[in-house]
Unconditional design. Structure first.
Length: 378
């Protein structure tokens, strides 16, 4: 293995998304919450928040818990049954997380998302703002799919890909997928006893995809195939991913002490990828014309404030991509604007302190936050 392909150190990441599969949270035979185990994970999470890392949990288990509480029969559920089970189980799940994290003085926040919430820009930005705000107050967001309203056509259906999308959404540098498998093997280990665990995957190649096979456990939908798909989403956007078994107590400590797992490395940095996404994949809906002072501020790494905007063109909504130009018309960059065109016209040229008086609500101080801005080459 080349030195650059050595396993990363979990304790060095600053923002970690931990995905917990249903089969870990819920005992398969009894259908009950695995409370003692969850407490060991809670202590692991608390250690990382105590060292200053942001932690977000993507937790499955709503349907598995709810079906027990509703005494639904074993076997596959109809869509309406799983929606009903999720509505019941999500309450129990959220309470469990709230209590377990609360033991360490950590406040948990529940966020239920649908596919549209992560794929549509405005909703995406709204959800992301809530997550950022929770990080800002040192709370731990606990995310699940909103299964009660998600139908087959418009759902993620598995929390592996949802977790990857959420990880890229919050610019996490690490995604931990905890399930009932140690990691990626050279072949599905149930079928091939000579299969060996791969500790580091520098790049998800077609060979790696072939190794994933189709292993899925009883309680969770996501087999290795969806985990590899999650790996593609994560690593393309600059998030390192690790797959490890959560069938042991303190599963994060186990990764840190060199326990079995598979790391998927990323060649890119989260911010760079996010900015690539802004620069490359959106249709600009308008133009903001800046004064010279604002152009200098942007080039020195600052956000765009309303005060530096002289003219607004286009009929954009909040969260749309707009082009930013200097007085001479040269493109300075592109970014996601925090106000719609009507509001942008009202607050342009004004100090951020005046926003509330002008609009009647307290919006963001920045017209475009620097994290949402990509500068053109000078
Ligand atoms: N959202 C589902 C639940 O909470 C789980 C989906 C999955 O395990 O991937 O029950």
């Amino acid at each position: 293995m080349a030195p650059s392909d050595s396993p990363p150190i979990l304790g060095a990441f600053r923002r970690i998304v931990v995905k917990v599969g249903s089969s870990l949270l819920v005992d398969g035979a009894k259908g009950a919450l695995r409370q003692a185990w969850l407490e060991t994970l809670g202590a692991d999470i608390a250690r990382h928040t105590a060292r200053g890392a942001d932690v977000l949990v993507v937790s499955s288990g709503a349907i598995a818990l709810g079906r027990t509480l509703l005494k639904l029969p074993k076997g596959p559920l109809e869509l309406e049954q799983s929606q009903a089970a999720a509505s019941v189980g999500q309450i129990a799940l959220a309470r469990a997380w709230s209590e377990v994290l609360g033991q360490h003085g950590i406040v948990a926040g529940q966020i239920l998302v649908t596919l549209h919430d992560t794929e549509e820009r405005r909703r995406y930005l709204n959800a992301r703002n809530t997550m950022e705000t929770l990080f800002g107050v040192r709370a731990v967001p606990v995310v699940n799919e909103n299964d009660t309203v998600a139908t087959d056509e418009i759902r993620y259906g598995d929390n592996d890909r949802l977790a990857a999308r959420v990880a890229t959404m919050v610019g996490a540098d690490c995604l931990v997928l905890l399930s009932d498998i140690d990691g990626l093997y050279t072949a599905p280990p149930q079928k091939d006893p000579s299969a060996t665990l791969i500790p580091v995957v520098p790049r998800i190649s077609p060979e790696i995809e072939a190794m994933a096979g189709g292993a899925a456990s009883e309680l969770s939908r996501g087999g290795m195939t969806t985990k590899i798909e999650a790996g593609k989403i994560a690593t393309t956007a600059g998030t390192t991913m690790v797959i490890a078994s959560g069938k042991h107590d303190s599963p994060l400590s186990r990764i840190e002490s060199g326990g079995p797992c598979t790391w998927f490395l990323t060649p890119t940095h989260p911010v760079t990828s996010r900015k690539k996404w802004i620069a490359g994949s959106l249709e600009p809906r308008g133009v903001l014309w800046l004064d010279a002072g604002a152009v200098d501020a942007l080039r020195s790494g600052k956000s765009l404030l309303p005060a530096g905007v002289r003219k607004v063109d286009g009929a954009f909504e909040r969260g749309d991509c707009v082009v930013v130009r200097g007085a001479d018309g040269a493109e300075i960059g592109r970014g996601l604007v925090a106000y719609d065109a009507v509001a942008a016209v009202q607050i342009m040229g004004k100090s951020s302190k005046a926003i509330e008086a002008v609009l009647g609500y307290k919006g963001r101080n920045e017209m475009i936050h620097r994290d949402d801005l990509v500068l053109a080459a000078e």
